[in-house]
Design a binder for this molecule. Sequence first.
Ligand SMILES: [Zn+2]
Length: 277
Amino acid sequence: MLHAFTVDVEDWFDGVPIDPLEKAGSERRLGIGMGVLRELLDDRSTKATFFVLGPVAKEQSALIRALASDGHEIGCHGWSHDLLYSMTPERFRRETEDAKKAIEDVSGTRVSAYRAAYFSITERSLWAFDVLAELGFECDSSVFPVRNWRYGIPDFDTAPGPVYTPSGSVFEFPLSVVDYPGRRLPATGGAYFRIYPYALTRLHLRRLEKEGRPVVFYIHPWELDPGHPRVAFHWKARLTHYWNLGPTAGKLERLLSEFSFQPLGGVMVHELERHRT
Ligand SMILES: [Zn+2]
């Protein structure tokens, strides 16, 4: 089975809640994690979906062009990396349109896949689907069907499928979850991939494979750069941000050797066929 491999292309400071001025002066280290990641993917001839943050596309245009010419799928990770449910729909529309255009101009590809900062499409920001459809996005992978202090729609359908809006439909790929008696856990990805022992990630992937469900795996370049600067912010976010960074590259190498992945677009073609039959 081919699972989806996705990357949120942002620097170490983009996903931490620090002052925008401090971010502007922060050391740029995106190339470090991206270098490790591209090598690991190349070793297994694996193509992925890279959700790029608008300002990153502008600052690192050569890197984004290289990803596109390597045959990876280029998606959009928004502009400000703020929580969607903290924005008005108008602000979300404006900045997502700007980000999509910047990423398309730099990459020379059409951008039709979206992922929200911090998976922040929740009950409070379901209007985002309408905006995404209006802006021409065909698929999204922003809903985590779990309960989390910052994100999650616990009762959202865990299977990929279309979300209908007045502006058209968007095909949603929820982040993967595994149900245990009385408790649902994220299957893997990001902090969960780092915190879980590798054997648990493998168990979850095998279980979902048996159920015929492709997994949506996700990772950030800074998770492959254990030397990135430590800064102070909210303890809950800090706890998972810095946990177990060192062994991530080794775990990822193992994951790529034991399972097969493709970009989200490829999984969508497969799922659409399933929906038709
Ligand atoms: Zn992000």
